[in-house]
Design a protein around this ligand. Sequence first.
Ligand SMILES: [Zn+2]
Length: 479
Amino acid sequence: MKYLPTIGLEVHAHLATKSKMFCGCKTDFGAEPNVQTCPVCIGMPGTLPVPNELAIDYAIRVAVALNCNITQVTYFDRKNYYYPDLPKNYQISQSHNNLGDDGWIDIDIDGETMRINIDNVHLEEDAGKRVHSEGSGTRYSEVDLNRTGTPLLEVVTKPDMHTLEQVDAFMNDFRSMLLYMGVCDCKMQEGSLRFEASVSVAPEGASELGPRCELKNLNSMKSVLKAAEYEIGRQTSVLKNGGQNKQETRLWDDERGVSARMRRKEGSADYRYFPEPDLILLNISDERLARIRDELPEFAGRRSKRFQTEYGLPAYDAGVLVADAATADYFERLAAQTNDPKAASNWIMTEIMREMKDRKIEIEEFSGKVPAHRLGALIKEQKSGTISHNIAKEVFAEMVETGEDAPAIIERKGLRQISDTGELDAVVEKVLAENPSAVDDFKSGKKQAVGFLVGQIMRETKGKANPKVVNKLLAEKLG
Ligand SMILES: [Zn+2]
């Protein structure tokens, strides 16, 4: 018998606002524990929440980008539970009146479009963090409430995926959309983007899905795929051995590569939801919705197609450049500067990406050191023949180091390419006189000897000789 796995994803994204969802506390990652807190986010009696309008805008932006139906009059609920990292004993969330419902995105699988349906998009606040410590033989947990109240967007897909490749494509496309919209920094290692997968397996052709297991503690996209693969294997083997799978929550252990049962899944009745009495209805006006729709960016897929048609770039180049919105922006500025999109693309994909990797910096920081107009000036110097390609690379390294302009570096270091025939003539004569055997080799038919001679001339001129002029002079002198 064949078995069909079915996978749905739940995404939690910290919205990239400077302050929390219902108070003015900062949301910076990595601050001293418990310094980014106030009476509102730690739930002191007598305090009142005030919604962060930018967080609501960001949430609507995502719901609109995911083609959801937007609930224009909605409200927040209290989701009640007890946990040491939740001093209020409830989380403000949405459960009955999601901001967005019934959306979809199209992903690309081997050139074919596949639609992944979105069940809902809703807004909530994050809880704090427990830090497990082991000191002097006693085991204990510490609580850090900095994260408490951080605006958290939850996106739930329908169980539409059946292969790991589809899950991978969805995660990458969705992450790219969040980055393009600037609503989340998507740093999975800092927990600002988290995926949970629910996996079920049923005999192929069965009318119902199998009981689903929710997988938690997936700290990277790689662990999502590894955990889903493990879970599909585990559930399939239970079925093959005549057993039955149970609905449960399982904790993924990335180091050991296994999942273990964590707890029975809570029913929603356990949370005793009721409308948050301290907040009024959230009323999204037509104007606000229209403005947010208008502000949606051109996403990576469409932008890649445009780069191919508008700039004539190969699909590969376009794909690399649009993977990051800021890199794609830099490319567009550089292409406009140089009037040579392919040269701009080559510089980004080789020199710039290497610098970024070596220096462990992002394009924003690189662009602070070498803005597109400065690199554009360097590329122009190279194209006009003032400097050779190799010298251009040398000047580029200097620009990154010092922040100086290309023409200034070329002048200061005397790197201008020697194209003057008279000046080069003397060098060529000298090299020919010093290397009679190479000249003889060439004359007796060993054409590759000319490469050696060009190399010697380049060495004499410290790489500054114009290769075209050198080749012309050599051809004349060697007959
Ligand atoms: Zn606060």
